[in-house]
Ligand binder design. Structure first.
Ligand code: HEC
Length: 107
């Protein structure tokens, strides 16, 4: 009985994730993760704090390092940090990074 229920539960969860669009990351949770980025980054403007303001990040063409703005390149910056930004590679979990990426896309 249980053996049959588990795949059904997994399928249900997958469907729920797909339907709500939260498969990659949850922007609401990402907002909480972003609290530790907010010390250095504005989320509601492009004005520089310690680092550049991140409003409209995914709507602009290029990052400060000249690379195109996409998930992989933004994630690379979050992982590696540099020039005053801490490296989050081992500070944030994979899920937290997915969430914060989803949140950044809403800015
Ligand atoms: C101690 C301050 C500090 C913290 C905390 C910080 N950053 Fe940064 N961040 C910076 C600085 C400074 C830069 C610019 C680095 C450069 O010029 O190469 C930067 C650059 C970036 C960029 C590139 C922006 C662009 O337009 O090129 C992104 C994206 C970013 N940070 C996201 C984050 C996220 C997400 C977090 C939290 C997980 C975070 N940062 C936490 C200081 C910080």
């Amino acid at each position: 009985m249980l053996k049959k229920m588990i795949p059904a539960a997994v399928a249900g969860l997958l469907a729920a994730n797909l339907l709500s669009g939260f498969f990659a990351g949850d922007a609401k949770k990402g907002k909480e993760v972003f609290e530790q980025c907010g010390v250095c980054h504005n989320a509601d403007s492009t004005e520089k704090k310690m680092g550049p303001g991140l409003k409209g990040l995914f709507k602009k063409g290029k990052l400060g390092n000249g690379k195109p703005v996409n998930e992989a390149n933004v994630k690379a910056i979050i992982d590696a940090g540099g020039n005053g930004m801490p490296a989050y590679e081992s500070i944030l979990s994979k899920d937290e990074k997915d969430h914060v990426l989803a949140y950044l896309k809403t800015l």
